[in-house]
Design a protein around this ligand. Structure first.
Ligand code: NAI
Length: 708
């Protein structure tokens, strides 16, 4: 005897009204079973002569919150959502949707197809598909403009932002807000509709309010600017345009065509990967799920500089009391001043109330004494990037910290395992590599040193989540994952300059690819002196005899440290952050190339892109072989959240798969022929996968080989 899974859709008839309840915890996603059972429930109520109206509601904390992410990337199984929404809309009996929590995506499309929408006051509705590189595909683009008008619908659909019930009511997307029991209110509405003998009011039969073409032109130009490179917003716009010009049936057909085309696009695959990858990295292979995290209630941060101040804010923002320790009162005051100003700027922009700002500030308590760290559970060190300074700090921490406290370093490049040995408890030492500005950037590389205890790793991954970061566990390698790959890209960017490219050309190629900024503009923003100091500190690591470009030294020697000095790779007008190409830099580069005996040539954009990207991908492959990252997804998420890799390209490893590893491998071999093997020897993993016609990901669709 086979045991059937309980249905996620319940049906109960209460004096003339059928109450259909979706109960698919935790957020009532539209799984195949929900679609099928909802359809069956609808058909049975339509056939039941005792039913005169229908209410669709949900159990638990929300109405249907969207699609089932576990079905992403798979061939969807029938019944498809458009069939469900069509049956709802065409129902001969009035259908009332009762919305609470978040009625999003397909959930909101079900509501739009219903004849009457009632929501609890705290409900939110919206069509967020665009954020995943998709568009509504079950009538959302055709029905929403009929209710709220074209301009408003375009806003909702192209931004994907949720809209609260009050605004949804004002705009006509819902009919009523219920302050008391939502289901009772929906049942009462249904009874009122029956008593009034009202026929179903079908959204699809409403006229789309006329809209000027200027509305479309305006939104197209706004999306091109704000969502640069993304296909989905334009598809959404095209679908809404179809709503204005076609009948409902033809419009729905057009919407479906656009939806299917977009869903099959590489961009949608990349954005799905980015979305799922963020969840995937939290599950660390090899870390048993039954390892309990250590309790972390109080935190300390050592060093209140650029990073320490931001890190203290991260913890205070999440409600953790933080001790902030500095070397002297002046440094402490400077650091606290930075924190105060930062909060004040957020408050001034309306992002934080005065009371919340005061609360967060009160959680950060300054100190000059290590004795004050005796009770804390987690200490994050963010002092100068100097092993001797770190040694002294860790020895002092070791002397006072309670047994079992976690001791973390925010080092960018130093050996975390070596830092751990400065203490008598290396098992409690771990890297927590935040990114600048630490209170803004979402990435946190948690670094496993060679003796770090598993429960310490579990704890820092959990803490990362608690403070709103995307935490990725990485190995203890020079530059970990992100900076190690970045170093490869930067090297090529410098080489390209001395061969004939300009900073502007290199930056433009990378921004055209989708990065928010190119490497030279980023350097100017961060401060070139940081990279210069780093270069000097790491000079001994350079491969003897290998090519090295010292242009950065020359730019810094001119006192050009970037935006803060008004000039770096670019020059800046007073008070402006707009980079302006500077003939002085071009002259410097020409002179540099002449001295180095490098013949200048015209370099095309394709070569710039390939050298900048493929150098990173090759390093990524080595990182995987060395297990510095456990999976390609870890590398991708580091780049998506820490370095502005365009989400719609999925990250460097995913993008490499889309390019086809055989193509990447072949290009690297060509660069090796031209520039020598020092920096262009293909990583064995890359060579192996390319020859096996595989990708970094098992599901990679290998692109056809490009004949070069
Ligand atoms: P910073 O120079 O802005 O701040 C360092 C702070 O540490 C200073 O306020 C200094 O007074 C304090 N300090 C120095 N010795 C100390 C000691 N013995 N006890 C207590 N405080 C001490 O440096 P930044 O940029 O904040 O870097 C800190 C760490 O974070 C470094 O290891 C760096 O590699 C790392 N990091 C920096 C990033 C950046 O973009 N600036 C990004 C990620 C990591």
């Amino acid at each position: 005897m086979s045991v059937q899974a309980p249905s996620p859709v319940g049906l109960r008839v209460e004096t003339d009204v059928a109450l259909i309840t979706v109960d698919n915890p935790p957020v009532n996603v539209l799984s195949r079973a929900v679609r099928a059972d909802l359809l069956a429930a609808l058909r049975s109520t339509l056939a039941d002569a005792s039913v005169r109206a229908v209410v669709i509601c949900c159990a638990g904390r929300t109405f249907i919150a969207g699609a089932d992410v576990t079905e992403f990337g798979k061939t969807p199984e029938p019944p498809h959502l458009p069939e469900v929404t069509q049956v709802i809309e065409e129902s001969s009996k009035p259908v009332v949707a009762a919305l609470h929590g978040t009625a999003l995506g397909g959930g909101f499309e079900i509501a739009l197809a219903s004849h009457y929408r009632i929501a609890s006051r705290d409900a939110k509705v919206g069509l967020p598909e665009v954020k995943l590189g998709l568009m509504p595909g079950a009538g959302g683009t055709q029905r929403l403009p009929r209710l709220v008008g074209v301009a408003e619908a375009l806003q909702w659909i192209t931004t994907g932002n949720p809209v609260d019930a009050t605004r949804a009511l004002e705009q006509g997307a819902i009919d009523e807000i219920a302050d008391g029991d939502l289901v009772q209110a929906a049942l009462s509405s249904a009874h009122r509709l029956i008593e009034a003998g009202r026929p179903p009011r079908r959204t699809g039969q409403l006229h789309v309010p006329p809209a000027d073409n200027a509305v479309f032109v305006e939104i197209e130009s706004a999306t091109r600017k704000k969502q640069r490179g993304l296909l989905a917003p334009q598809y959404c716009i095209d679908a809404v345009r179809a709503a204005c010009t076609l009948s409902l049936a033809e419009g729905l057909k057009r919407e479906r065509e656009l939806f299917l085309e977009l869903r099959a696009s590489p961009q949608a695959a990349a954005l799905r990967h980015a979305f799922l990858g963020e969840r995937e990295v939290a599950k660390v292979p090899g870390l048993a799920s039954d390892i309990a995290a250590r309790a972390v209630k109080q935190v300390a941060v050592i060093g209140a500089g650029t990073m320490g101040g931001g890190i203290a804010m991260c913890f205070a923002n999440a409600g953790f009391p933080v001790r902030l320790l500095e070397v002297d009162a002046q440094a402490l005051e400077r650091g606290l001043g930075f924190v105060r100003n930062n909060y004040a700027a957020t408050a001034a922009r309306g992002g934080l109330s005065q009371a919340e700002m005061d609360k967060r500030l009160s959680l950060i308590s300054p100190t000059l004494s290590y004795a004050d760290l005796a009770e804390v559970d987690l200490i994050v060190e963010a002092v100068f990037e100097d092993l001797d300074v770190k040694r002294k700090v860790f020895e002092q921490i070791d002397a006072v910290a309670r047994p079992g406290a976690i001791l973390a370093t925010n080092t960018s490049y130093l050996d975390v395992s070596a830092i751990a040995e400065f203490t008598r408890r290396p098992q409690d030492v771990v890297g927590m590599h935040f990114f600048s500005p630490a209170n803004v950037m979402r990435l946190l590389e948690n670094v496993r040193a060679n003796k770090t205890a598993p429960d310490v790793l579990v704890t820092v991954m959990k803490i990362g989540k608690a403070i709103g970061k995307v935490a990725v566990l990485v190995g203890d390698s020079d530059g970990f994952v992100g900076n190690r790959m970045l170093a490869q890209r930067n090297r090529e960017a410098y080489f390209l300059l001395e061969e004939g490219a300009t900073p502007r050309q290199v930056d433009k190629v990378l921004t055209d690819f989708g990065f928010a900024m190119g490497p030279f503009a980023v350097g100017d923003l961060a401060g070139l002196d940081i990279g210069w100091r780093n270069r000097k500190a790491r000079a001994h690591l350079r491969k003897p005899g290998a090519r090295d470009c010292n242009l950065l030294d020359k730019v810094c020697a001119m006192g050009r440290f970037g935006q803060k000095t008004g000039a770096g790779w670019y020059r800046y007008e007073k008070g402006s952050r707009v980079p302006i190409p500077d003939p002085a830099i071009e002259q410097l580069i020409i002179e540099h190339a002449r001295q180095a005996g490098i013949a200048w040539r015209a370099i095309d954009d394709e070569e710039i892109l390939q050298r900048c990207l493929y150098s990173m991908i090759n390093e990524g492959a080595k990182i995987l072989t060395e297990r510095v990252a456990a999976r390609p997804v870890d590398v991708d998420i580091v780049w998506l959240h820490g370095y502005g890799f365009p989400a719609w390209r999925g990250g460097p490893m995913f993008h490499a798969d889309q390019l086809g590893l055989a193509n990447v491998h072949a290009a690297i071999l060509r660069f090796s022929d031209r520039f020598g093997p020092d920096f262009w020897t293909p990583a064995p993993l890359l060579a192996e996968l390319a020859s096996a016609k595989k990708g970094f990901y098992p599901s990679a669709v290998t692109a056809p080989a490009i004949i070069c």
